[in-house]
Write a new protein. Structure first.
Length: 293
């Protein structure tokens, strides 16, 4: 069965969500509508709708004009076996001692690697993106330099690949949180698939806004692979929940945004330990200052 996509861009988050609301009322009705920020500093948002019948292009043009969006680009999407496609295209990823793979590549796991299984249908945050890969590499470097911590949190955990990496090598229970309940379900499924039940506790939370995280702090290490805006907003809470001498590994930062994030975290009591870029994305390792007695 052929499906159809209709995509446009529009300035501003509020305008994008208003357009998405109106898309829901179209006939034929879309099977799904999505809103995504374009992370290039332009302030533009992408709004997309998907249909099982050809959409009414005249109605789409009217909506675009009413909301000040670009004309919708309508395309056919041929039927595909998407899981098989992902399995073919997502090769295993090595990041220091860690090896991220799908079940279809189980025979490729090196004997001396710490294996992290992520199923193809749960492919967001598999290690192929520069942000996740950067976090795994940064964590591997910390371990090589002698880091040992008992309390670890993964804020905005996605598939929980970072939390699982920590659970494999550090002694304490790891807390993984995400604002999206679907992501937390995915994280729990991956934790179970990796035999880490009881070692990684996955919870729904915005930032540190849950007793599971606030009661367990301060943390020796916090992963936060999210985006610049939330990272900047969370800086005071990060400082409050990081143990003196502890570390944060931050990513989801475009290269040109790194200096701003570094500056905000320095103002909140952190020192830059390491900065590493992979294509367009920067990963930062920062340590919290130890108070002088």
């Amino acid at each position: 069965m052929t499906t159809y996509s209709a995509l446009t861009t529009i300035p501003g988050e509020d305008a994008a969500y208003r357009l998405a609301d109106d898309l829901e009322a179209l006939v034929p009705e879309p099977t799904g509508v999505g809103v995504f920020e374009i992370e290039d500093g332009s302030g533009l948002w992408e709004v997309g709708a998907y249909f099982t019948e050809a959409p009414d292009q005249a109605a789409l043009s009217v909506l675009a004009a009413l909301h000040g969006a670009k004309l919708f680009a309508v395309s056919d999407i041929p039927e595909q076996d998407w899981v098989s496609k992902v399995q073919r295209e997502l090769a295993p990823v090595a990041a220091g001692r860690f090896f991220v793979y799908g079940a279809h590549d189980a025979d490729k796991v090196p004997e001396d690697a710490i294996a992290l299984l992520i199923e193809a249908q749960m492919a967001f945050g598999t290690g192929h993106h520069g942000t996740t890969l950067g976090c795994l590499r940064a964590f591997d470097t910390l371990l090589t330099d002698g880091f040992v911590g008992e309390k670890v949190a993964d804020i905005g955990c996605g598939t929980a690949v970072l939390a699982m990496a920590a659970a494999h090598v550090l002694p304490g229970q790891v807390l993984a949180s995400d604002i999206d309940p679907v992501a937390v379900d995915v994280a729990r499924a991956n934790v179970a698939a990796n035999g880490l039940d009881g070692r990684v506790n996955c919870v729904v939370a915005a930032g540190f806004d849950t007793p599971a995280l606030s009661d367990a702090s301060p943390f020796d290490l916090i992963f936060a692979n999210i985006l610049k805006g939330p990272l900047v907003a969370l800086a005071p809470e990060m400082a409050a929940h990081t143990a003196p001498g502890g570390y944060v590994i931050l990513s989801g930062i475009l290269n040109e945004q790194a200096d701003e994030v570094i500056g905000v975290y320095q103002q909140n009591g952190f020192n830059l330990v390491q900065s590493d870029s992979i294509v367009d994305w920067t990963t930062l390792v920062m340590s919290k200052n130890t108070p002088v007695l």
